[in-house]
Design a protein around this ligand. Structure first.
Ligand SMILES: Nc1ncnc2c1ncn2[C@@H]1O[C@H](COP(=O)(O)OP(=O)(O)OP(=O)(O)O)[C@@H](O)[C@H]1O
Ligand SMILES: [Mg+2]
Length: 223
């Protein structure tokens, strides 16, 4: 359960370039739910996801996860918490382009106790499920945008996180892959996971349990 009260983010606070990216957002996100954030470009969706995912520190407000006020904890605690509980699919994909697809999935695991090779079979299974069979050994820079997006999915799901943050996850993929992603989100929900995404994809919005519309940093509508 994630509870958010009065969450705000101002970039370049106190300067002439101050941007009020998120303003006073209150939100409760239950486990096993698919949550969609929608709204025009620049309304604050990525900023919201980054704060909820404990990547970006809010200017003000509270985030409580399972009763714990997590913003009071150290950066190191947040890093460990993210690693153990969250999976991220970033808007700008953020892969290592000079490494292979498989290395992109397994390299982050070196920071865990786990032996990365122990995850290779699971990675292969996810690659296959996402239509990337035989792509594991290819350098990411030789993959299409849609294929790269799907590698980012494998990377996010490999550790079986409790909560998945997905920022415009279907922007670079074709209709068929979009359907696969749609089904993956539904099966994650069936397994009790929480999916928090920003999207304009009407098919993804259809499967969301709650849809929030943002405008100029505020939540303006919920349905
Ligand atoms: N690092 C930053 N420094 C300064 N301003 C920023 C920064 N990141 C985002 N912004 C500004 O904050 C506002 C919200 O940006 P954000 O990326 O959260 O929007 P978004 O809804 O995700 O947009 P899009 O749909 O285009 O991805 C925008 O006005 C943006 O220009
Ligand atoms: Mg964005």
């Amino acid at each position: 359960m994630i509870d958010v009260v009065g969450l705000s983010k101002r970039y370049n606070q106190g300067t002439a370039n101050e941007v009020r990216a998120v303003e006073g957002v209150n939100l409760s996100i239950g486990e096993g739910k698919i949550i969609a954030l929608t709204g025009p470009s620049g309304c604050g969706k990525t900023t919201m996801l980054s704060m909820l995912g404990l990547i970006l520190t809010p200017t003000s407000g509270e985030i409580t996860i399972d009763g714990e006020r997590v913003l009071l904890n150290s950066d190191n605690w947040k890093t460990c918490f993210r690693r153990d509980n969250f999976g991220f699919i970033f808007q700008h994909i953020n892969l290592l382009y000079r490494n292979t697809a498989m290395e992109n999935v397994l390299l982050p695991l070196y920071s865990l106790d786990a032996e990365p090779q122990a995850y290779a079979a699971k990675a292969e299974e996810l690659f296959e499920r996402l239509g990337l069979k035989d792509r594991g050994g290819r350098l990411v820079e030789t993959l299409s945008g849609g294929e790269q997006q799907r590698v980012a999915f494998v990377r996010a799901l490999i550790k079986d996180p409790k909560c998945i943050f997905a920022d415009e996850p279907t922007v670079f993929v074709d209709e068929e892959t979009s359907k696969v992603i749609n089904r993956i989100f539904m099966s994650l929900r069936d397994a009790g996971k929480t999916v928090i995404m920003s999207t304009h994809d009407s098919e993804l919005i259809k499967i969301a349990d709650e849809v929030y519309r943002m405008s100029s940093g505020r939540l303006t509508d919920r349905h």
